[in-house]
Design a protein around this ligand. Structure first.
Ligand code: ADP
Ligand code: ASP
Ligand code: MG
Length: 442
């Protein structure tokens, strides 16, 4: 039997109303059973991180106030849906566990990455239990299958271990049950809970799709598919009905939050269809991501992506290549994303975004050692299959920026994108301008 995996993000399970809508979608899409991956209820992950930070400062009272608010909100949603008695027992154990994590952090005066991941797992597991009730399915713990290394905060999946651990799931899912599981979580070789990085439940869904030989993975979110720009900056952003895997890969790598940066690679390997749709408007347009590129006019841009919070590290030419390479290695190992490493006779530029506390600490150490380290940068990427046929078009589009200061060009190996660095403060004016010229104006 062909398997479908559906993933619902935080806003799709953020309220009783949203969960009811998600339940209708599950009924329509999975009449013969399948796998549903859910994120924590909207705002829960931020709440737990806030509680961990307070506990780590020794402020247990503030941490517990956040915990009480989370408990009340979850109970309200479950009560409104009529599922509170059913989830009460598993939830009680989870809230107790979160309380123990916070108390431990407050006693130590430190929220370690490992303890934080353990605390975050509570949010994802609470919502998976509730969603299992709402969808009339059974809860299964994703940590049985999602094997990762032990880089807490941004763990890397161990593909062969995942495939092996997924064998019983493949066999049982073939019988047609409806299962609901958590996104974002994994377990280390020692069996300790890990997380895949913020927004990582898209990646959970696609990794599960790959390991379970799914035919289709659907990402249900709060927009009508992948759009031509971030709708929070560009009101005119329009849905993209079909896009290539390369376009989606470049967009997510350069920051389009709708798909987690690591979520496309499993589709490339697994060959399943990837669909992005809107839980709040299921019959609206949606995006289908395919291995075969759709026809695009030469030189056209399909979408504009950006990511803020980037740091530039500048190494003098006299330093040679070894120190920047070593810095890049240390930062990435700690969980930073590298957006560029550009070397020329004039020196080397390393553009990174720390995604974990550990990476921010490494960055702090490098800056303290006297290295030039500038905050406040962003990367913008123009992405489109049309650039494959006419790569110079991207440079012409860039020319449209006129006198805007550009910190550097990042070409990399992608033939469907051109990215460049700009001051973060310029994003809100540049993105709409680029969108209207490069996407709409084409
Ligand atoms: P979820 O909670 O469902 O995972 P996210 O907030 O992680 O949802 O991702 C969806 C959000 O991504 C949208 O609400 C939108 O603000 C943002 N976004 C940024 N760029 C794009 C884009 N190109 N297309 C669609 N959404 C985008
Ligand atoms: N709940 C996690 C987060 O907020 C994972 C996800 O939503 O994808 O980052
Ligand atoms: Mg997301």
């Amino acid at each position: 039997m062909s398997l479908k995996v559906l993933k619902f993000g935080g806003s799709s399970v953020g309220s009783a109303e949203a969960l009811r809508r998600a339940a209708t979608i599950v009924r329509d899409e999975l009449p013969q059973g399948g796998l549903v991956v859910v994120s924590a209820l909207r705002g829960t992950t931020d709440g737990i991180l806030e509680a961990c930070a307070a506990a780590g400062r020794g402020d247990l009272a503030s941490a517990q106030a956040v915990l009480s608010a989370l408990r009340a909100r979850h109970q309200d949603v479950a009560t409104e849906l009529g599922h509170f008695p059913a989830v009460e027992v598993p939830w009680e154990a989870l809230f107790t566990r979160l309380d123990q994590f916070l108390t431990g952090m407050a006693m130590l005066g430190e929220a370690t990455a490992r303890a934080r991941d353990g605390a975050l797992a509570v949010g994802e597991t609470l919502s998976a239990h509730l969603a299992a009730q709402c969808f009339n399915g059974s809860f299964r713990d994703v940590r049985e299958v999602m094997k990762t290394d032990a880089r807490f905060g941004k763990a890397r999946p161990l593909l062969s271990h995942i495939r092996e651990a997924a064998a019983p799931w493949r066999a049982e899912l073939a019988q047609g049950p409806l299962w609901v599981t958590q996104g974002f979580l994994g377990s280390s070789p020692e069996g300790v809970t890990t997380t895949l990085g913020r927004g990582g439940s898209d990646t959970s869904a696609t990794l599960l799709g790959e390991a379970l030989d799914a035919e289709e993975v659907q990402i249900w979110t709060d927009v009508d598919g992948v759009l031509s720009a971030d709708p929070s900056l560009v009101k005119e952003a329009r849905p993209i009905p079909q896009m290539s895997l390369s376009e989606a890969e470049a967009l997510s790598a350069f920051g389009a939050k709708v798909l987690h940066a690591d979520s496309l690679a499993p589709g490339g390997r697994g060959g399943f269809r990837l669909v992005v749709a809107n839980t709040h408007r299921p019959s609206a347009s949606r995006t289908v991501i395919l291995p075969i590129p759709p026809e695009r006019p030469a030189g056209s841009v399909t979408s504009v992506a950006y990511k803020e919070g980037i740091y530039l590290l500048r190494f003098p030419a006299s330093a040679g290549l070894e120190p920047p390479m070593e810095a890049a290695r240390r930062l990435e190992e700690a969980g930073a994303l590298r957006f560029g490493l550009i070397s020329s006779p004039a020196g080397t530029l390393l553009a990174v975004r720390p995604e974990t506390h550990a990476a921010a600490e490494v960055l702090g150490t490098l800056a303290a050692s006297g290295l030039a380290c500038e905050a406040g940068w962003a990367v913008i990427a123009l992405v489109g299959e049309g650039l494959r046929a006419d790569p110079l078009a991207a440079l012409r589009h860039l020319g449209e920026l006129g006198q805007e200061p550009v910190g550097g060009l990042l070409t990399g190996s992608s033939t469907v994108s051109l990215a460049f660095l700009v001051q973060e403060s310029r994003l809100s004016s540049l993105i709409p301008r680029l969108h209207s010229r490069c996407v709409l104006g084409y």
